[in-house]
Design a protein around this ligand. Structure first.
Ligand SMILES: [Zn+2]
Length: 428
């Protein structure tokens, strides 16, 4: 079956049609040792150094066994992943999921944010990090309304603005940017609040950055900066070389927005201080979004070897319905720009986990939470659109076949974990 599938999957669009009609074997053991066995897939687990065809067995919500061959009879359910890639569940370190119904509020209990489970699993994501939706004041509501009600693991970078990312004058209020209170809230929720966010401030002061870094230093979490729009403009070089610490994050790496110099200059050259910043440990995040990823920047930067550390979406209502679409479409852009598949997967699994200081996530070692994505690569002719409306043609595109969260199948595009209906027991 595995070889047959692998062969069929080389035929582009046709392969999906073929997959839909090839029966997955309905295998059920009498006394199963494992809840789920993902069989015959090519495992990419960068943290554990695995890049080979391996079976993965899950029990009690954890990874129970990874081996070259595990018998079907040992598992209650078997998912046939032949010809596909098995990876840790994807982590998106820049999303906006503090959704709600406050008409005056954009990404903080507002209509511009996304309900996490409505988007995550179909794109192989098991962890979404909301960046800046909530501040120290609004975090309890975010937790109650979104984090505690989502099957997706939702983590948070607190906005340095106490009221969060509500848009308009609220985000310009320096008197609501309090390092001490932000740090206090972070200490109340270790591992759940994993960073501090600065965004959208238009003034000439460095205060939002310095206060966020102070809060980050006190609590040992990174700061993520959405830079630009300052009047007069602040220096990107000073931000990266003087204000941020190693491990802090610049998002929207490949943007060209008002008030911020782009990383590639008018002659197509990567600015030397950007490389210098990478050497001192600054993290560069794609943060695609609705207005922050241009091929005019990304193509020359990638050609000069400047790959992103992390490939996030900047997910919100606008970006998911324009060029960004989802994390797999965004990762596919980098794949088509020459970033090796193993590096693309690493960026959004073990590297992302490292950046947010959650090393328990982003890998499939035995005992790890069984958050798993099964991905296929479609071959054909695909168009990828950037945030300026420009298109890049490519020949490969990632697609999510199966997502497992905490050992449970939460997305199964073509039913690879399901028996044929004709072979189901009555009442099941
Ligand atoms: Zn954003």
């Amino acid at each position: 079956m595995a070889n047959r599938l692998r062969h069929i999957r080389c035929c582009g669009l046709l392969c999906l049609v073929a997959l839909a009609v090839i029966p997955a074997p309905p295998l059920k053991a009498q006394n199963p040792e494992f809840d789920l066995l993902i069989k015959g897939g090519h495992l990419l687990d960068p943290k554990n150094g695995i890049n080979a065809v391996m079976d993965v067995a899950v029990s009690g919500g954890k990874v129970a066994l990874v081996a070259s061959s595990i018998a079907n009879a040992r598992a209650r359910e078997v998912a046939d992943a032949g010809g596909m890639y098995v990876t840790p569940g994807l982590i998106d370190i820049h999303a906006h999921v503090f959704w709600g119904h406050d008409g005056e509020s954009q990404y903080s209990d507002g209509y511009s944010a996304i309900q996490p489970d409505s988007h995550s699993f179909r794109a192989g994501q098991t962890t979404l990090v909301d960046v800046g939706g909530a501040g120290w004041r609004s975090f309890p509501k975010f937790k109650e309304q979104v984090i505690d009600r989502s099957q997706t693991r939702v983590l948070s970078f607190l906005n340095i603005v106490g009221s969060g990312m509500r848009g308009g004058p609220v985000e310009q209020n320096l008197s609501d940017m309090d390092a001490k209170l932000t740090a206090m809230r972070i200490r109340q929720h270790p591992g759940l609040i994993v960073g501090v966010k600065v965004a959208h401030y238009n003034g000439p002061e460095w205060d939002p950055v310095t206060r966020a870094v102070t809060a980050g230093r006190e609590t040992n979490v990174p700061v993520m900066i959405d830079f630009g729009g300052h009047t007069p403009p602040l220096s990107l070089e000073d931000l990266l070389l003087k204000h941020l610490r190693p491990g802090d994050i610049l998002t929207h790496t490949y943007a060209h927005v008002g008030g911020r110099v782009p990383i590639v200059d008018d002659n197509g050259k990567l600015r030397p201080f950007v490389q210098e910043a990478r050497k001192r440990g600054i993290i560069f995040d794609a943060g695609h979004g609705g207005g922050s990823f241009l091929f005019r920047q990304a193509v020359p930067a990638m050609a000069q070897g400047f790959h992103p550390d992390v490939i996030s979406t900047d997910l919100h209502i606008g970006s998911q319905n324009s060029g960004m679409k989802d994390i797999l479409n965004t990762m596919s852009k980098f794949l088509n720009l020459g970033m090796p598949l193993a590096d693309v997967i690493k960026a959004n699994t073990s590297r992302a986990a490292e950046v947010i200081k959650r090393p328990d996530l982003g890998h499939l070692g035995v005992g790890a939470e069984a958050d798993i994505a099964v991905l296929s690569i479609r071959r054909g002719k695909f168009g990828f659109v950037d945030s300026g409306g420009g298109k890049l043609m490519g020949d490969q595109k990632l697609e999510c076949e199966l997502t497992v969260k905490g050992g449970r199948v939460v997305w199964d595009l073509n039913g690879i974990s399901r028996p044929l209906w004709t072979e189901q027991k009555k009442g099941s």
